[in-house]
Design a protein. Structure first.
Length: 80
């Protein structure tokens, strides 16, 4: 594992986690909620970076993440 990014909503509550594997060997984006499906996105290569989520490889095409962003559950994507 290379790193874990946490995305919080506007109240400071974690809503998503991105776990990146070392050497660009893939990633998993997990929901922090027990209400949502646990795995929001994954890939067996590359890495996921919330700070660059609008870029081609950042995941902006992922429907789950776009839904959360568009429903104003988060205004900014500032990973911690």
């Amino acid at each position: 594992m290379e790193d874990v990014q946490t995305i919080e909503n506007n109240n400071g509550t974690p809503i998503m986690y991105a776990i990146n594997l070392a050497n660009n060997n893939g990633f998993v984006v997990l929901s922090a909620s027990i209400v949502e499906k646990p795995i929001l996105a994954y890939n067996q290569q590359g890495r996921f970076d919330f700070a660059n989520w609008n870029e081609v490889n950042g995941g902006s095409s992922n429907p789950s993440i776009n839904y959360i962003y568009n429903q104003h559950m988060i205004n900014n994507i500032n990973p911690k």
